[in-house]
Design a protein around this ligand. Structure first.
Ligand SMILES: NC(=O)c1ccc[n+]([C@@H]2O[C@H](COP(=O)([O-])OP(=O)(O)OC[C@H]3O[C@@H](n4cnc5c(N)ncnc54)[C@H](OP(=O)(O)O)[C@@H]3O)[C@@H](O)[C@H]2O)c1
Length: 511
């Protein structure tokens, strides 16, 4: 069944909702690391698309802060170049860009240098007077994580971090991942953040949570009567979460070799997806009600002892990784991980969650597959028919082909009793007229609106690190162990297959 034949009033044009629901308060967005890749690739394209869809208040302006010397016009040209490459809407509407770019300015400064912050303060106040933005300020730290403490201190010293209140202007900060390198460093960063900001001013971004299809996990679970009663150990055999990339480190060897797949993907994106899959229904959709439930899942994740790490985790590396630019020729950094984990709570006791993530795999694919238990008894008589009876699988596809599919058994047409698996499939692109909004558009909108639902709270980050840190310590401590190697374009190392087979299960094909 394809859900394409909705009547016109059922077909939702997301841009209409966007216009009605998301008009923003005035504010100035200050981007630290304003000449960097993230700004050019994600942030400015997101803002441009928000301007296209008339979602930004006219009293909205951007100030870029970075150390390279350049004029406002040179900075705008740099951003326009990124827009041409990365905006989801092409070609770039020159008139629109001209209008928007006049609201973008540049301040040159070092993260460490107090003079830079004095210049920023002057620039900020001038822009605020010009556009009348009511003093609302959003600081985006699109910077290496090590830069966050000094930037926060300098902002605080410069008097730029006002707590705000119901009737006074607000100040918020968006912090990029990776949020620390382990539990200790993440806790230290949280402590530094708490010295200068209240928790409700802090927006720790994990762009996976901004993806429409990740949010659909909760709608699928909580907006349908048919799934929630089955969503537990009684009916679910196991859950697979896959995040496969078809590309390698793509020029980011220096960053990646220090980071690896566990820090880059598991601690943040995969555990966020896992917590949405496994959380209890919240009391309401208010930010902290949802975040409380996500945190409960992370708290319940069974921590591995040192010996358990190597039984439950496969560390892989693609064959050509050590030949990549800026990668150590003897690097042990994993580019692939397969993990079997358990959630020790009432709902999920004994149900394995398998996480699989890697670079240079056969396809780019992120999905969750909930594999149900087999029927208790096969009543179709013949053994060969019963063998064809496959378990139901609900697959939530996050990217690239966003949607959902439910695998069910059906009778093959004909006189014989023969069983076959068929799929009911829903595809976002076929059902909705409007293209899916980029995660950064949604998250920037939410930060300006003051909705922290899709951002990680302090305790959430720390509980995620609590699960991941023993994995990292065991791996990094076992210096004689080598990662298992896999061929580029494959489905990953055979050891990951064995992890599944050892449990009498198998991975879904990455296709
Ligand atoms: N790139 C992505 O797609 C992406 C995706 C998700 C998360 N992230 C995260 O976002 C953060 C930024 O990543 P990125 O790729 O944009 O990094 P990047 O390309 O290296 O950019 C870093 C920026 O910071 C500036 N900078 C560095 N040190 C500075 C200093 N001491 N004083 C002033 N400016 C300084 C650089 O300024 P100059 O250019 O003027 O030297 C540059 O604008 C990282 O934490 C990364 O993990 C990135």
């Amino acid at each position: 069944m394809r859900v394409t034949d909705l009547s016109p009033h059922q077909r939702i044009d997301a841009s209409e909702l966007f216009l009605q629901a998301d008009r923003l308060e005035p504010c100035v967005l200050v981007i630290f690391g304003a000449a960097g890749d993230l700004t050019r690739r994600k942030l400015i394209p997101a803002l441009y698309n928000m301007v296209r869809e008339e979602a930004l208040d006219e009293r909205f302006a951007v100030i870029g802060y970075s150390r390279s010397p350049q004029s406002d016009d040179q900075y705008r040209d740099l951003l326009l170049d990124g827009l041409g490459n990365y905006s989801r809407a092409q070609p770039i509407d020159e008139k629109l860009w001209q209008g928007f770019s006049q609201r973008i300015s540049y301040v040159e400064g070092n993260f460490e240098d107090p003079e830079g912050y004095a210049a920023l303060r002057n620039g900020l106040e001038a822009v605020e007077r010009l556009i009348g933005s009511d003093g609302n300020r959003l600081f985006y730290l699109a910077t290496p994580p090590s830069a966050a403490p000094i930037i926060l201190h300098r902002l605080s010293e410069a008097g730029l971090l006002q707590a705000g209140g119901a009737d006074s202007p607000w100040t918020r900060i968006i912090l990029e991942k990776p949020y620390g390198r382990d539990l200790e460093s993440a806790s230290d960063l949280n402590r530094i953040v708490a010295e200068v900001l209240q928790e409700d001013q802090v927006y720790r971004i994990d762009h996976y949570l901004g993806k429409e299809t990740v949010q659909n996990i909760l709608v699928a679970r909580l907006g349908n009567t048919i799934f929630e009663p089955l969503w537990n150990r009684k009916y679910i055999d196991h859950v697979q979460i896959t995040a496969a990339e078809s590309i390698g480190v793509e020029g980011r060897g220096r960053f990646y070799d220090r980071t690896g797949v566990v820090r880059d993907m598991v601690q943040s994106h995969l555990l966020q997806v896992l917590s949405l899959c496994a959380m209890e229904p919240p009391v309401s959709f208010a930010a902290d009600d949802i975040r409380d439930k996500r945190v409960e899942v992370l708290r319940s994740l069974r921590q591995f002892t040192a010996e358990e790490v190597f039984k439950n985790v496969v560390f892989g590396q693609y064959r050509g990784y050590r030949d990549e630019e800026n990668v150590d020729r003897e690097s042990r950094t994993p580019t692939y991980a397969a993990i079997m984990c358990f959630i020790d709570n009432w709902r999920w006791q004994g149900v394995p969650f398998f996480l699989r993530v890697g670079k240079h795999l056969s396809q780019r694919l992120t999905e969750i597959s909930v594999v149900f238990r087999p029927v208790p008894l096969c009543l179709f008589g013949r053994d060969d028919v019963c063998q064809d009876l496959e378990p139901n699988v609900l697959t939530i596809r996050i990217q690239p082909d966003a949607g959902m599919a439910l695998k069910i058994s059906s009778k093959r047409p004909g006189g014989e009793m023969e069983v076959a698996s068929v799929e009911m499939d829903f595809s976002y692109s076929e059902t909705y007229a409007h293209p899916i909004r980029d995660a950064y558009e949604r998250l920037l909108l939410d930060a300006v609106k003051g909705d922290a639902t899709l951002f990680a709270r302090r305790d959430e980050v720390e509980f995620a690190w609590r699960f991941v840190t023993p994995i990292l310590s065991s791996w990094e401590g076992a210096i004689k162990r080598q990662p298992v190697f896999y061929a580029e374009g494959s489905e990953g190392p055979v050891e990951a297959e064995n992890l599944m087979h050892g449990q009498g299960r198998q991975w879904r094909e990455i296709c």
